[in-house]
Design a protein around this ligand. Sequence first.
Ligand SMILES: Nc1ncnc2c1ncn2[C@@H]1O[C@H](COP(=O)(O)OP(=O)(O)OP(=O)(O)O)[C@@H](O)[C@H]1O
Ligand SMILES: [Mg+2]
Length: 366
Amino acid sequence: MKITKEQLLKKLGTVMLPDSNLSLADIVTNVIISDKSVILNMELAKQQSAMKNSVEKVAQNIIKENTDAGTRIDVNITTQMKKPKPKPTAQQALSKVKNIIAIASGKGGVGKSTISANLSIALASTGAKVGLLDADVYGPSVPKMFDEETAKPIVRKVNDFDLIIPIEKYGVKLLSIGFFVKPEDALIWRGSMATSALKQLLNETDWGELDYLLIDLPPGTGDIHLTMVQTVPVTGAVIVTTPQDIAIADAIKAVSMFNANKIEVPILGIVENMSWFTPAELPENKYYIFGKDGGKKMAEKYGKELLGQIPIVQSIREQGDKGKPSVLIDNTIASEAFKETANKLIKNIDKRNTNQTPTKVVEMVN
Ligand SMILES: Nc1ncnc2c1ncn2[C@@H]1O[C@H](COP(=O)(O)OP(=O)(O)OP(=O)(O)O)[C@@H](O)[C@H]1O
Ligand SMILES: [Mg+2]
């Protein structure tokens, strides 16, 4: 008695795999039938590998019942190793980004996010292509500062990778963990969750072509900073400080971190924020609430450039809260200060790129 390939497949088709809509015929990869032998190759999914022995027995019995005694029966079952979906790397995701600029401070609340938002818009207004990544995964600010609290970025297939498409507002491409989780949920994350969230934003976003990608960092010099320098080549860092001694002391720590052996991210300059208070109705009056020129003196002492001195202006806070950064309102003290700072930053980035070699991704930090 000799069974044909079609007959065998028909018989195998009557036996279903448990918890599956596949029959044994569906998992056949090859059948070779000759006078004295039947070779049947099958492939099981990885999660069905426990059924391997029983599937083999059932298949052997079916062949045995339908062939002469003495026919050699060979049933080979392999388990399919599901290939993990390829993930993009930061190098691929950021391949068309010319400059990655970290905005950092030692002390919290000195105005990093305000400066990042306003500088990104000021840079974009010069015609540059600009992105802003909110890397403060514990306390994201970008959604509120850009009035995009309900925005939900979409994911699109780009070169076979699923990539996040940033939101665009005021000419700037934006991304923040705040677009994906409620801030109160991110607050209780363990460090490893925060760093892997940042890695995902860095590795899996389609920024397209950018002249500048600004990264608004959380305060301090922690895991997020190390994850950033270990994931992307940071062109340079901008250090934000208020003129106050205690803020300067922390800003110096931030400078040391970027300058540390093996990290070696150039400092593009210092932005002194909240330099003086100016009432809108008395623009000539300056009140040095947090001290005078602290950031300027720090820049001189450490041989860094002072990119700008931004006064305390009520509208800077108000416009930030409204989601319409103050640089958008032309001919104000605030917008002029931010635009001047952005122009100096552009010059210093060019200078840095002419005089220094590109930054390397940090391999390992001990
Ligand atoms: N120059 C300024 N004039 C008036 N208000 C300002 C100025 N700079 C920042 N602020 C206000 O100060 C507060 C803190 O600023 P911001 O959130 O930008 O600081 P941060 O350094 O990003 O804080 P964190 O360390 O929490 O991330 C905000 O309410 C902001 O509107
Ligand atoms: Mg902030």
